[in-house]
Design a protein around this ligand. Structure first.
Ligand code: GLU
Length: 424
């Protein structure tokens, strides 16, 4: 399970406020009709569901879930499903909007969506989790399909949850429909390399950013906040490529070793004890201490609103590689840019996951499967191209990487919308 990060950083803004502020900043550089701007600023459709689940003790509990489609001009909507106690509709709206820009930026033929269920998956048994997932999948079945909207894992969900959604949908159809979700287990049509894709992609874009700063990736010092699916694989990939990963953290706390942590051993420790905390040979440190460590690369890979107006001044990295969606608020962005931090924005940095989701969907539809090397090399190609597209746009417009990424993405979505024309 990917874990939520319960950082000490204060939630100063809703994720939706952040997403819309970023959007407002970027559209200034595009010559769009005000009506189109207003349309792209909001989701296309939103479904809220309230549904019962039979718990192991025989009682029935009500859960609330969401599925939001932000935009579908460039193709079917795509985006993960999040299980977290603090999921809100506004958060899901923001995450759906970021998916639209992410898919457009890396040029895969999708619109953006996101889903969520308000629950703490760590407090549910496997049986309860399965019941919740199958009922939620049924409730949102009017929105999902291989041609219309394709969910994937996000915080608090994993390949097993995708398997239950795929099975539930397939039972209703009467035949197997693997392309209705991505991030599935490999034995039922998942793609090689999907699980590792987001974390690996984070490091591919980090390598490109360091190149621009004339620094090799090998030997760079790296700090990672969050040790779920994204953070742990980013840390491992960095370690394998010769970086010195000096600190990592999870919900329970952080660990630090200035000489570098052996990430294979940290992963083993985390598997055995359910936390990185207490890893032999490391010192403990708080979330605030971790975020302010001097380092070459800081990877926030936990959740939104971690780097804010309250703590941005203390950040001491050269490159901020946003593994999470929305980890930096607009106020923090301004502070970091002033300090000369090179920010690889989330919609670029963490796009490796949805790129390999796209490959998984294509493989499923064709019933023809690729080897891991091919998957990862193709993903790297998409990531490197998108990175340099954004960097070129940033130089052309004399803006930061986030604004440039949003300008490119919003421009492509606006183009598709205009080309298709208005119905009726
Ligand atoms: N949840 C991931 C994201 O935020 C992956 C989405 C997908 O693969 O569809 O990008």
């Amino acid at each position: 399970m990917e874990k939520a990060h319960n950082g000490t950083a204060m939630k100063e803004a809703s994720a939706l406020a952040t997403a819309q502020a970023q959007f407002d900043q970027a559209v200034q550089y595009l010559d769009l009709e005000p009506g189109l701007v207003d349309l792209l600023r909001w989701p296309r459709r939103e479904l809220t569901v309230s549904f019962p689940v039979k718990m192991d003790d025989g009682t029935v509990r009500r859960f609330v879930g969401y599925r939001v489609h932000h935009n579908m001009s460039r193709g079917p909507t795509k985006g993960g499903i999040r299980y977290h106690p603090e999921v809100t509709l506004d958060e899901v709206r923001a995450l759906a909007m970021w998916m639209t820009w992410k898919c457009a930026l890396v040029n895969i033929p999708y619109g953006g969506a996101k889903g969520g269920v308000v629950c703490d998956p760590h407090k549910l048994s496997q049986h309860e989790l399965e019941g919740l997932t199958r009922r939620y999948a049924t409730e949102i079945a009017i929105l999902i399909s291989p041609e219309g909207d394709i969910p994937a894992p996000d915080m608090g969900t994993n390949a097993q949850v995708m398997a239950w959604i795929m099975d539930t949908y397939s039972m209703h159809r009467g035949y197997s429909t693997p392309a209705v979700v991505t991030g599935k287990p490999i034995n039922i049509g998942g793609s090689q390399g999907r699980n590792e894709a987001t974390g690996r992609g984070v490091i591919f874009t980090t390598r490109e950013a360091l190149k621009l700063l004339n620094k090799p990736l090998a030997g760079a010092s790296v700090v990672v906040q969050g040790f779920g699916n994204v953070g742990s694989v980013a840390a491992l990939t960095a370690h394998e490529l010769g970086c010195k990963v000096i600190a990592v953290s999870d919900v329970k706390g952080g660990i630090y070793n200035p000489k570098g942590l052996d990430i294979y051993a940290v992963m083993r420790h985390a598997r055995e004890t359910r936390s990185v905390v207490g890893f032999p040979g490391s010192d403990g440190l708080t979330n605030a201490e971790l975020l302010s460590l001097p380092c070459d690369v800081l990877v926030p890979a936990a959740m939104e609103n971690q780097i804010t107006a309250y703590n941005a001044a203390a950040v001491q990295c050269k490159v901020l590689a946003e593994g999470a969606n929305g980890p930096t608020t607009p106020e923090a962005d301004a502070i970091l840019l002033d300090k000369g931090v090179f920010i690889i924005p989330d919609i670029l940095c963490n796009a490796g996951g949805v790129i390999v989701s796209y490959f998984e969907w294509v493989q499923g539809l064709q019933a023809f499967f690729w080897e891991e090397k091919e998957v990862t090399e193709r993903m790297e190609h998409f990531m490197v191209k998108a990175f340099h597209d954004v960097h070129r746009e940033a130089r052309r417009l004399q803006v930061d990487m986030r604004t440039a990424a949003q300008v490119l993405a919003i421009g492509r979505v606006a183009d598709a919308t205009t080309t298709r024309g208005l119905y009726p």
